[in-house]
Design a protein around this ligand. Sequence first.
Ligand code: UDP
Length: 320
Amino acid sequence: MKALITGGAGFIGSHLCETLLDQGHQVTAIDDLSTGSHSNIAHLESNKNFQLVVDTVLNDQLVNQLVRESEIVFHLASAVGVQLIIDQPTQTIQTIVEGTRVILDAAKRYRRPVLITSTSEVYGKGSKIPFAEDDDVVLGPTSTRRWLYASAKMLDEFLGLAHWYETRLPVVIIRLFNTVGPRQVGQYGMVLPRFVQKALAGDPLTVYGDGKQARCFCHVSDAVSAIIQLAQCKDAYGKVINVGSEEEISILNLANKVIEQTGSPSKIEFLSYEKAYTQGFDDMQRRVPDLARVKALISYEPKHDLTSVIQSTIDYWQRA
Ligand code: UDP
């Protein structure tokens, strides 16, 4: 198939490009290289089935042309990372909401199936664990900038579902839980690459808050495999679907595990959220996906356990 991948030079997007090319598909990536980077896809540029277009998804005319030339669209382009969202709130909202509007309008015009990547942030501060797709969501106030990300992504979801409702445009919405692995950078806030880089350098690992907050980390290749299958699964059309790992770990234990797996002499330091993120931040204590829906649709079972997820990140930064 001919696939268009928005955000194709990003962390997850570049792995998606690579896997689709390995499967023999043709891939066009569009990326403005804001948080994505050319080095993520440089090794793909000699492949005759690959094309990179450096531009923004807000370019209506170009997106129309690219969607017309493709058979399926994977929409990954987005503002990403807690730090960036807090620092660049207007741009975050515009990229997310307007970008998805442009993609869906073009997909509607040419009747192309679209997979939209949303986020587990949408579950906000919900306390019912695990999080299932039809659960109520509990977000913080609009004065706390963190929540604009979840709100913008929720609007994307509403818009995608509206297209499915009104014209039966094939839209699949994925809520990605914490996804990690090679090529993810720490500069926008993501905890695992930050811990791994610090541990390899022998510097202290900084745990925010008391470190009791917990997450489930999914290897990018497991997420990408689910994304590819779900985009082609007719029963997934018009649905919101969690993708992630169910293996939960507290951030303090994650820090200890990274130190252990790297054999690092690094120590752990604690930093208050206020100092870490300045104002406008609110953390969530736990975030565990209910994976019943994705398992029913594509027999999803992540191949990587937490130890191997951490190891592949360590291996990447040791080579970098
Ligand atoms: N975190 C941390 N130290 C860091 C970066 C993040 O303790 O250097 C914490 C952060 O406060 C959160 C968790 O690690 O509780 C996961 O953060 P990340 O930004 O990776 O993803 P989130 O789940 O918040 O979207």
